[in-house]
Design a protein around this ligand. Structure first.
Ligand SMILES: Cc1cc2nc3c(=O)[nH]c(=O)nc-3n(C[C@H](O)[C@H](O)[C@H](O)COP(=O)(O)OP(=O)(O)OC[C@H]3O[C@@H](n4cnc5c(N)ncnc54)[C@H](O)[C@@H]3O)c2cc1C
Length: 416
């Protein structure tokens, strides 16, 4: 079988590795728009549900070596008061770790594995897909280079569009979708070198609703002083959406005032932000779930299929799970078009639920509930505001829809 993958990001590279692992004689080509590969972005979270798939591809050790594996997940009010904390990753009984990692490192490990296992010629840079066409037995992708000049087209048994949030293939099938859905939250993301906070293996979510900050380490011992690289994401309600660009620099003055007095004895958030090495900015956007992803021998995967709010560490994770699912189905079935339909039937409803949950009940609903009951004031005793059972119930409900409750992840057989 010939498999043509459009887009060499997290989803496309994982798909190439997973198809190669499950169907070693498949001929796989990945066409990436960017002319050269550079480490872009900041940190990304991958829950045990996604690490399980990467582990099945033999990549866990390499990834853990260049990332961090959180042991606890803690929620605080915007006054820095602890609301809920629970063990996380392997410490919570998962059979696989949670991985917090620089997106550039994740991409590098995946690309190196592709070049090693499939051959460097399987990854073709500088090819932007502009259209797909198909006949009964083949699908063809058309490309241009960075200057817009037409390049040779390429045909295969199936084409999988992993071309991300600005997917050209999705736009071809759904030309009237219009702009992204923006509901008033902008993000500023950054990385800062500083000593470990809390356990040194903590994910902290502070605040809710109007302003939130999420912080977690993505690299240990980056210098002789034992500093970690801390990734942070500030979410603030704003009326105007910034352009949707993952690499757009952010300006401190646009968001720092919100966090100026967030100086807690366990983390000086204001200093964390001020001392950043890099700040990027983008709006929190998604798209409505689609009625279908598969059109004959062409389908969508990852952000191209289901762009979602980057809440609860699921954008990259769901792309990885899409890829692993499709590869398993391709190894079993002989009719490519039927396989792509089966993939859609398995993955579209599950990811649509996550897209919708991330809009209405993101993980920080737990803090939101507390802040609403206290009128956004400090509390004396948390148990007068909310019971431990209610807190646990809220968080577990979120995890079940997100697909990474410990029972769900451990119950499913480890992928081969
Ligand atoms: C530059 C960049 C930085 C990011 N930074 C972060 C981050 O810091 N934190 C975070 O949580 N998430 C980040 N993300 C998003 C996160 O990586 C994705 O949500 C997740 O990886 C989903 O994977 P995907 O493969 O669907 O999309 P992506 O990983 O976005 O991959 C899509 C790939 O397709 C390529 N492409 C696009 N259009 C075409 C085309 N027409 N033809 C061929 N190739 C095409 C893109 O160049 C890209 O390599 C970033 C994405 C990008 C592209």
């Amino acid at each position: 079988m010939d498999v043509l993958i459009v887009g060499g990001g997290i989803g496309g590279l994982t798909l190439a590795l997973a198809v190669h692992g499950a169907t070693p004689d498949a001929r796989i080509k990945i066409f990436e728009a960017a002319p050269d590969v550079r480490a872009l972005g900041v940190g990304i979270n991958l829950g045990p549900h996604a690490v399980k798939e990467l582990s099945a591809l033999g990549l866990e050790e390499k990834l853990v070596a260049v990332g961090c594996t959180p042991q606890d997940y803690a929620f605080f009010t915007r006054h820095g008061q602890l609301v809920y904390r629970q063990p996380w990753g392997r410490a919570a009984g998962y059979r696989w770790p949670h991985l917090s990692i620089h997106r550039g490192e994740l991409h590098r490990v995946l690309l190196e594995a592709v070049c090693e296992r499939l051959g460097a010629e399987s990854f073709v840079a500088g090819h932007r897909c502009v259209a797909v066409e198909q006949e009964e037995t083949r699908a063809t992708a058309r490309f241009v280079d960075a200057g817009g000049r037409a390049l040779d087209a390429c045909s295969a048994d199936i084409v999988v569009a992993c071309d991300g949030i600005h997917s050209a293939v999705r736009a071809q099938f759904f030309p009237n979708e219009g702009p992204f859905c923006y509901r008033g939250i902008n993000l500023w993301r950054g990385v800062t070198r500083r000593p470990p906070f809390l356990t040194g293996r903590s994910i902290a979510r502070i605040g809710a609703r109007h302003s939130t900050l999420i912080a977690y380490p993505i690299r240990d011992a980056i210098d002789s002083a034992g500093n970690q690289l801390i990734n942070w994401v500030a979410e603030i309600e704003r009326e105007v959406a910034a352009p949707v660009d993952w690499s757009k620099p952010g300006r401190l003055e646009d968001f720092y005032p919100t966090y100026r007095d967030w100086t807690f004895d366990w983390l000086d958030v204001a200093a964390l932000i001020r001392d950043a090495d890099l700040i990027l900015s983008n709006p929190m956007v998604d798209r409505d779930p689609l009625p279908r992803w598969t059109f004959g021998r062409v389908t969508l995967l990852g952000d191209a299929a289901h762009p979602m709010y980057p809440q609860g560490g699921n954008g990259g994770a769901q792309a990885i799970i899409d890829a692993a699912t499709l590869a398993r189905l391709l190894a079993r079935e002989t009719d490519p078009a039927a396989t792509l339909r089966a993939y859609e039937a398995e993955r579209l409803p599950a990811t649509s639920r996550i897209v919708l949950q991330n809009r209405t009940a993101p993980p920080n609903v737990i803090v939101d509930t507390v802040e609403q009951r206290t009128g956004d004031k400090r509390f004396e005793r948390l148990e007068d505001v909310i019971s431990p059972d209610e807190l646990r119930g809220i968080f577990e409900r979120y995890q079940k829809v997100a697909g990474y409750h410990v029972d769900q992840v451990n119950k499913q057989p480890a992928p081969r």
